[in-house]
Design a protein around this ligand. Structure first.
Ligand SMILES: Nc1nc2c(c(=O)[nH]1)N[C@@H](CNc1ccc(C(=O)N[C@@H](CCC(=O)N[C@@H](CCC(=O)N[C@@H](CCC(=O)O)C(=O)O)C(=O)O)C(=O)O)cc1)CN2
Ligand code: MET
Ligand SMILES: [Zn+2]
Length: 778
């Protein structure tokens, strides 16, 4: 095959879990020993074949590298770790097949803690963090990429292998534990680049005409380098990768597409265009075009001989694209003399497969939506317009005009009553009594020093899921389902009493998901049947669709919390999900600022808190694990974000009387960046993840003079491992050295929903013993 430009249409990536989560089922069956590795590999191969065929059917050309190879068994960053053979030394004993090693890195085993997992840019997707030190070996292992390329070729498709790029890979990595002080993984960029060059060469030898290297680090201010420095690193790496020739019978590398998804690359774009690569993608949904460089012709000059993949179709949301606006952007580029390809803003891995799979969604709402398949079709339409002229797609543009007008005017999208309530909410509604007055008022709760509690959920057993599934399918009635849940709650309350926890939870057995549960009970939301999106590994969520003005027709949690409280003398925490997290983990309307939508959700939660308190609940936790996640990657936009996000939390909780103790939970540890914002939430108690970083957070908290209640997690719930009494005692001691006992809470890192009961009971028993030991000064 010879080097030819990219066709006019492409996407950066496609969901890989399968339309019915076939990959989840196969991978989990393999882990459980129910299928063999060969069977898993076969299922994966079938899924990839179906994806390629589907993409071509939807309008991506089979030739020319338009179809991306974006499959992953677990995670794309882990794929790159394997492609570089960058197996941390601590896994040296974990030998096996490539796939066996891969899953050991991802999930750990008896002897090995898994790689840490953390959020991928500002999404709800988690990647496995590479661990690099001075000695990490790097060697090209393109086997999986070559397998996929050959599969595609067999089916007559000239596909485009995809790999996380070298700069982003190293900036997402952390220094391995044994690394020298001051070592940064990015110090090894030149060596890693050399290995990428070998991988590219192997791909070219196998016939690849294009390769995609993802460099989202280019848009982020939250990594270890400034964006300016990141760009310089990218220039350094791609000067090397681009130097190899793409010409002739035996090209030394495929043509390279560098992508910059998830944000704004406008300031970097001209320099990216000047790199010795054949195409550069820009996210034109989150980002903009550099207006001046476009106007004075310098962008076109920089892009001479380089294609610009214009990411005009939103890969983060599910609304039908305003095709007319997108087409105007494409026209501007083309008229400025830039060789333009229509693309998506980022990989479609963050949206579900297909709107057509949804049988229960309201038809009118459905007509406003575009999941992955619809987005591919939109890309194809725009590409046709680019090739054949605006007139050729005028009907498609006009149809979208009608759809958008229909959406704007539809009942429920704007409800005057809700809007006036939001408008009437003022500063007074966001401010509680002073911290001191509240502390005084809450003495009546009788909470001991180093109080023990959990984060909310108890294990979601197969039995619970089966009961819910039976209820949803109508196989059992509401009475039977609620009876089942009450029995479950009673069991969880008794268990916590036996273990000796101080502040109890009801266990969240009634919740399918901490966001979807609320979305199902609030007006203004819709939920899907099959709209699964990968969150990490084999785990997925069905983000809800927040399409209209939000209100709460009836109490949502009072029945369960009040029932749990009726069973025990100890306080039971009410458990709500906060406005920012509800937005972050849903697909949110794009026709008004997020802050306005957050205020509506906040008012609904405010009503719920009032009802919980009326029902006798004295402690309410409002979870905001996504507070950090939604922080804009772009520093300039961060202050405005923190303003509305913190404001919405305060609006939700600001009505609580001083005697009511408000907790919040944020499950990540890099929170130095937002410590002022956490303080600004004005919660009485905050629980955070800390076990894996061995309490790193208590140091900044101590320095900050943090005066509120704080529960740094002492039990890492991400692994089935049971932390012993000594281990947890040690962590509590580290925290107690910096934080006074009356401020310090003892809890796990996060909820227990993904854990099993055996390990949960053992770990919590140890947690209570550890707290007692520290209290006794032992
Ligand atoms: N939205 C969201 N984002 C989050 C988190 C979170 O809890 N929620 N936590 C953090 C980590 N991310 C996570 C994401 C998913 C899961 C998770 O456990 N997901 C489950 C699905 C949860 C769910 O929606 N369950 C439903 C549907 C379950 C299901 O699959 N039912 C079966 C039938 C039931 C059976 O017979 O087993 C089916 O539909 O086929 C329910 O319980 O009702 C999974 O992938 O397996 C955990 C953590 C960050 N982001
Ligand atoms: C991802 S944060 C989870 C908080 C929730 N209350 C739980 O315990 O599951
Ligand atoms: Zn959590």
């Amino acid at each position: 095959m010879t080097a030819a430009p990219l066709p006019h249409a492409t996407i950066l990536g496609y969901p890989r879990i399968g339309r019915r989560r076939e990959l989840k089922r196969a991978v989990e069956s393999f882990w459980a020993g129910r299928i063999t590795e060969a069977q898993l590999i076969e299922t994966a191969s079938e899924l990839r074949a179906a994806t390629r065929a589907r993409l071509v059917e939807l309008g991506l050309p089979a030739a020319g590298g338009a179809v991306p190879e974006s499959f992953s068994f677990y995670d794309q960053v882990l794929d790159a770790t394997l492609a570089l053979s960058a197996i941390p030394e601590r896994f040296a004993g974990a030998t096996g097949s490539d796939l066996g090693t891969y899953f050991t890195l991802a999930r750990g085993d008896e002897q090995h803690q898994p790689l840490e997992m953390t959020k991928w840019f500002d999404t709800n997707y988690h990647y496995s963090v590479p661990e690099i030190d001075e000695r990490t070996p790097f060697a090209a292992n393109p086997a999986q990429l070559l397998t996929q390329l050959a599969e595609a070729a067999e089916a007559g498709i000239e596909s485009r292998p995809v790999l996380v790029g070298p700069v982003t890979y190293l900036l997402l990595a952390k220094a391995a534990d044994g690394a020298a002080d001051g070592f940064d993984p990015v110090d090894r960029l030149d060596e890693v680049t050399a290995v990428y060059a070998e991988i590219l060469s192997a791909l070219a030898a196998a016939g690849a005409t294009w390769v995609q290297l993802d460099e989202p680090a280019l848009v982020s201010d939250s990594l270890r380098t400034s964006r300016e420095d990141t760009l310089a690193l990218v220039e350094r790496a791609y000067a090397v990768l681009g130097a190899a020739s793409t010409a002739g019978e035996a090209p030394a590398r495929p043509q390279i597409l560098i992508t910059a998804p998830y944000g704004d690359s406008s300031r970097a774009l001209a320099r990216l265009g000047a790199l010795p690569v054949e195409a550069v993608q820009a996210d034109l949904v989150r980002g903009t075009l550099p207006a001046a460089a476009l106007a004075d012709g310098s962008l076109a000059r920089a892009f001479a001989g380089t294609q610009l993949v214009a990411g005009v179709v939103d890969g983060r949301n599910i609304w039908r694209t305003d095709l007319r606006a997108a087409f105007a952007t494409l026209t501007t580029l083309a008229e400025a003399g830039v060789e333009t390809v229509v693309g998506t803003s980022n990989s479609l891995q963050h949206v579900p497969h297909d709107v057509a799979d949804e049988q229960k969604l309201d038809a009118r709402l459905k007509s406003w939506l575009a999941f992955a398949d619809q987005k591919v079709a939109q890309v194809a339409v725009l590409a046709r317009g680019l090739a054949e002229g605006a007139a050729s797609i005028e009907e498609d543009l006009a149809e979208v005009d009608r759809v958008l007008a229909d959406r704007a005017a539809a009942p429920g999208v704007r409800i005057d009553d809700i809007r006036s309530q939001v408008a009437a909410a003022g500063d007074a509604d966001r401010n509680r009594a002073s911290e001191e007055d509240r502390r005084e008022a809450q003495r009546g709760l009788g909470i001991p020093q180093l109080a023990t509690t959990t984060i909310g959920s108890f294990p979601q057993t197969g039995e619970i899921r089966k009961a819910r599934s039976a209820f949803v399918k109508g196989e059992i009635d509401e009475q039977a389902y609620e009876g089942f849940l009450e029995a479950e709650i009673e069991r969880v309350i008794r268990l916590q009493e036996e273990i000796g926890l101080d502040v109890l939870v009801h266990g969240e057995a009634e919740r399918n998901d901490m966001v979807q549960y609320f979305a199902e009970l609030l007006d203004g939301f819709a939920v899907t049947e099959h709209g699964w999106v990968q969150s990490y590994g084999s785990r997925a969520t069905r983000p809800s669709i927040l399409w209209g003005d939000v209100s709460r027709p009836a109490p949502m949690t009072v029945r369960w919390s009040a029932f749990a409280q009726s069973l025990t003398e100890r306080p039971v925490k009410g458990m709500l999900t906060g406005p920012v997290t509800i937005l972050a983990w849903s697909f949110v309307r794009d026709d008004q600022p997020l802050g306005d939508t957050a205020s509506q959700v906040a008012l609904a939660l405010r009503g719920e808190i009032a009802d919980l308190v009326d029902a006798g609940i004295t402690i309410v936790q409002v979870d905001e694990p996504a507070l950090r996640e939604l922080l804009p990657l772009d520093r300039e936009r961060q202050a405005a974000y923190l303003d509305w996000s913190v404001g919405s939390f305060r609006l939700a909780t600001g009505g609580a009387a001083p005697e009511v103790q408000i907790h919040t939970h944020l499950c990540y540890s890099e929170f130095g960046e937002i410590i002022d914002a956490v303080d600004g939430l004005d919660a009485d108690v905050t629980s955070i993840e800390a076990a894996r970083s061995r309490m790193d957070v208590v140091e900044p908290l101590g320095n900050h003079g943090y005066s509120r209640g704080i529960g740094p997690g002492v039990y890492d719930i991400h692994s089935p491992r049971v932390p012993g009494v000594d281990e947890q005692t040690e962590l509590i001691r580290i925290a107690a050295a910096r934080i006074p006992g009356e401020q310090l809470w003892v809890n796990p890192d996060c909820g227990l929903k993904t854990r099993g009961y055996d390990e949960t009971v053992a770990s919590l028993t140890n947690l209570v013993l550890a707290a007692k030991a520290v209290r006794a000064g032992a």
